[in-house]
Write a protein that binds this ligand. Sequence first.
Ligand SMILES: *Cc1c(COP(=O)(O)O)cnc(C)c1O
Length: 340
Amino acid sequence: MTTCSLSFPPQINLASLPTPMQPLRRLSQKLGVELYIKRDDLTGAALSGNKIRKLEFILAEALGQKADMLITCGGAQSNHCRATAIACAMLGLNCRLLLRTPDPSNPPPVEGNILLDRMAGAEIVWISPDEYLKRDELMAQEAAALQADGRKPFVIPEGASTSLGALGYVRATEELVNDITNNLGGARQPCTIICAAGSGGTTSGLILGAKIFDVNARVAGVNICDDRDYFVRAIGDICEQAVADFNLDIEFDRHQDIDIIDGYVGRGYALSRTEELQLIKEVAQTEGIFLDPVYTGKAFYGVVEELKRDPKCFGERVIFIHTGGIFGLFPKAQEMVGVL
Ligand SMILES: *Cc1c(COP(=O)(O)O)cnc(C)c1O
């Protein structure tokens, strides 16, 4: 086991860890490469997915500051907002979510993640896509108003993708090193670790973790919105901030170390193509694993398309990080039925 120069800041235990690493036997055979899946969709039941790994660090900081309310933001079906709402309920904190929807005066139905947000007791403020562009300002205003009222609000930026949040995936890399040693025939065998990139925190943590723990792996993110340039900027900023904040003893170069597989945004954020939904169905039917339509389904579609072009484009072994998102399937039930 490699030693680590980083002494981690406080963390609270909310996720069920370590998550399993499993082979995708039938898909491996079909695609001609060893495919594994890291089941971060199993970090909990309702509190599942990648966001809880980041929140373990961020909520420790919030509790350290004696916060009594968390404020965060996302799309209407945000997994991050749902995880925050549930974590707040577990910790006895209040929660306010700024959720984006095309017409705030006519909010979307209470289903999927929104149902869980509401059941966990989160307050929802609906905001328009234009307002969402100024989300950081809006959250700061909400916080200032609450503070003036004697409350102790704490703001979590979109996706919990801060330098502190990224440590959740530095920690996950420690798990991956064990998985690789125990299941993949040894840590010195090269592999490619792939995840969906949405706000970039997960990819950032994996890039930093691979360097810190000297993992013999290529780390790549499949962007599910925006483009490569956007993510080189977003991930570059998070990683550079983390190197500075935590005095990381590594070399990081945003122009060399960030590997984005662009070309699979499809119809746009949270919009599905038939072929993406068909792949989600195929993975459910052949492996018993449910990918989500917004992140993992899109990213895994990208992985499969790349492998179809060249089965060895990622080397011999691929680890796909299943970052969760199952509740996003339910609002898409009607679309999904169309491909069953
Ligand atoms: C948020 C999310 C991602 C993307 O992670 P980032 O750290 O925001 O890049 C991937 N998959 C699921 C299911 C998510 O909810």
